[in-house]
Design a binder for this molecule. Structure first.
Ligand code: ACM
Length: 651
């Protein structure tokens, strides 16, 4: 199909001249809504409803003028084909623009919308999309969110003028494939999902103590030895250690990596490889113990989590090894301006014990082990920059100074990010308490085994990458933020999906949307409309909490009206009031009702949402207490005016 279209494009372009950008019609806005039937995540900068509908049908034509718009048009056809089984004809014939989708490519240096901005004008007779190739790709991601799930002869799209551009230049999601290997097909699925919500970076954490997952031709033992873990600790049974006896293995061949990187590029996602050093290096040292500081030391691919003293020894041999590795890595990721070199959580005991390192300290006048770490990172940075790339490191790289050209990922809270921004570094905010998506999404006791404190969907939505303390000038150094998915307790692709979605959609809106157009209740409405698209792609997202379910302190005499709305289309809410976990035999929530809450006798409601295909949410708990005070729970979300949901719920 693709090949056919490309040939078609070449044919139509031969002998035709590029036409002028169409004259812009000045549509008279009827309403200025930023929310309603036009439901797009992340929220565009401006939506003006202009009245009427465009009807997309099999006869609709795509009109393009240049190869870049052709590629963008093709990505629309791919989506149409995947969802509805048909594609639209593509030509450069504008003679009759009725029932057309017209793409206009604007060079990055000629647009006022920015390199990633776009304009999407939907009128009853035609749709006009303009922007850079990337901008047009984002316009399509917005447009297709306005399509219904199923095709019944025509796709009706509400007329509107959308102009849009991102708030942040760096919009990232990360995935740790070292702790648990994820197959290449899943990496592509993940990347495709990220692109759908206008992310532009995928940070691929490829190496760690528990696995080395990237083929390096010059050092085959890295994957022969380093990609194999004998077994994995069961839960958190570190001491005494209980292993599951199940080997974990897997790595990406260079061919698979090239394929994934090219796929990502077609979705306008840059893949940043991370090779973690000088710590988090047990798997590499199990393969090549000569690059550690210890002799006769039991280096091994680790089977538990946490920190390990294994560390690369800063010898010339080690640097040659790391430069060889990074050299191959940089060739595999030609489009990434960055290489992530880790730099986090380095334990320095082996350096302290090493006569070689003591001598190095004396020779280089390094006062502490931290200073060795900085010296190490600077050497690696010099090598990386000699190949025309920049380094990113976790915020520990700042400790004893690093060159200003290094980009810092601030993970230990906001403070390191503030410090780095003030020191003139580019900063990517990844504070663990806000955007580590391995943390539970609700009450940890009711969620899959995980690490860290709870980070709800609303917490993610309310996260602002720019700390208030920063001056506007320093704030400019915050280039964006990133959600991180560490996989110690996340074993399978579907578990990654559960932890990442829908939080990644909330973060997409943080990263892309202007603050003035953000609104959490509206986001939940949009999510309700969007989740069926994730179902269609078989994404095992965590089913969100019913709206209206939150802890309450009630005043004397105040009625406790339980008014819930289901968070997913065709879902059902089951609940209990006796402290047991609900199941499909529990009471079905149908209409709002008054809950009896006696003074000093708290009521605990446990609810579960079940989708039409039987998928179950975790258990959600709300507590109602009558003590004479009435305050609304911390996570209060006002019940939404959603007539179709109320109807489905039997009201
Ligand atoms: C990290 O979480 N160690 C970057």
């Amino acid at each position: 199909m693709k090949r056919f279209l490309i040939i078609g494009f070449l044919l139509v372009l031969s002998g035709c001249s590029l036409w002028e950008k169409p004259k812009q019609k000045t549509a008279k806005p009827q309403t200025d809504v930023i929310f309603g039937e036009i439901s797009i995540i992340p929220q565009p900068a401006s939506i003006i409803r202009t009245g009427g509908l465009f009807e997309l049908n099999r006869e609709t034509k795509i009109v393009v003028a240049a190869e870049s718009s052709f590629r963008a048009a093709n990505s629309l056809n791919e989506i149409l084909f995947e969802n509805y089984g048909f594609t639209l004809s593509v030509s450069d014939d504008r003679a009759n623009a009725e029932n057309s989708i017209v793409f206009s490519n604007i060079a990055a240096n000629e647009t006022t919308m920015g390199e990633e901005g776009y304009s999407l004008k939907i009128a009853p007779e035609l749709i006009e999309i303009s922007g850079t190739e990337r901008g047009m790709f984002y316009a399509i991601q917005s447009l297709v969110q306005l399509f219904p799930l199923d095709f019944t002869g025509a796709i009706q799209i509400p007329a509107a003028e959308i102009t849009d551009a991102p708030r942040f230049a760096y919009r990232g999601m990360h995935l740790d494939v070292a702790r648990h290997f994820m197959p290449p097909e899943f990496i592509k699925k993940y990347i495709e999902l990220l692109a759908q919500y206008k992310y532009n970076y995928f940070h691929w954490h490829l190496t760690d103590d528990q696995g080395w997952r990237i083929e390096i031709k010059k050092y085959p033992r890295l994957t022969e030895i380093g990609s194999n873990r004998r077994e994995t600790v069961v839960g958190k049974s570190y001491k005494p250690f209980v292993g599951d006896g199940i080997p974990v293995k897997g790595f990406y061949t260079q061919e698979q990596i090239r394929d994934i990187v090219a796929f990502a590029k077609s979705k306008h996602i840059t893949v940043i490889p991370e090779i973690d050093m000088p710590g988090h290096s047990s798997a590499a040292l199990a393969a090549y113990p000569a690059y550690g500081c210890k002799t006769n030391y039991p280096y091994r691919v680790q089977t538990t989590w946490g920190g390990f003293p294994d560390v690369f020894c800063p010898t010339e041999e080690t640097f040659r090894f790391l430069e060889d590795v990074l050299g191959e890595v940089m060739e595999l990721f030609p489009d990434s301006p960055y290489v992530h070199i880790g730099g986090d959580e380095v334990m320095m005991d082996h350096w302290r014990d090493s006569a070689f390192v003591r001598e190095l300290k004396r020779r280089e006048n390094l006062k502490s082990e931290q200073a060795i770490q900085s010296w190490f990172i600077r050497r690696i940075e010099d090598f990386v920059s000699s190949r025309g790339k920049k380094i990113i490191g976790w915020d520990e790289i700042l400790e004893e100074g690093v060159r200003p050209s290094a980009t810092v990922m601030a993970w230990r809270g906001f403070e390191p990010g503030i410090k780095a921004a003030r020191a003139g570094h580019n900063v990517i905010m990844t504070p663990a308490d806000a955007v580590y998506f391995d943390h539970p999404q609700g009450n940890a006791a009711l969620e899959p085994l995980s690490l860290g404190g709870q980070i709800t969907l609303e917490d993610v939505y309310k996260f602002d990458p720019i700390p208030k303390e920063l001056s506007p000038e320093d704030a400019n150094n915050i280039i964006g933020a990133q959600g991180c998915v560490w996989t110690e307790f996340i074993k399978r692709p579907k578990d990654v999906e559960y932890m990442a979605f829908p939080r990644a959609l909330a973060l997409a809106e943080v990263l892309w949307s202007k603050q003035r157009v953000k609104n959490f209740p509206e986001f939940l409405e949009k999510l309700y409309r969007e989740l069926p698209r994730l179902d269609r792609k078989n994404v095992h997202y965590r089913i969100p909490k019913p709206n209206g379910l939150f802890d309450r302190n009630l005043l004397a005499g105040e009625k406790m009206v339980l008014d819930l709305t289901v968070p997913i289309a065709d879902g059902k809410i089951y609940y209990t009031l006796d402290g047991t976990n609900p199941n499909l035999k529990s009471a079905l929530y149908q209409v709002p009702f008054i809950l009896d809450v006696e003074s000093n006798k708290p009521v605990e409601l446990r609810a579960k949402v079940v989708s039409s295909n039987g998928r179950e949410s975790p258990v959600f708990i709300a507590k109602y207490v009558r003590r004479g005070n009435s305050t609304v729970g911390k996570n209060y979300v006002p019940p939404l005016n959603r007539p179709e949901v109320k109807k489905k719920n039997g009201r």
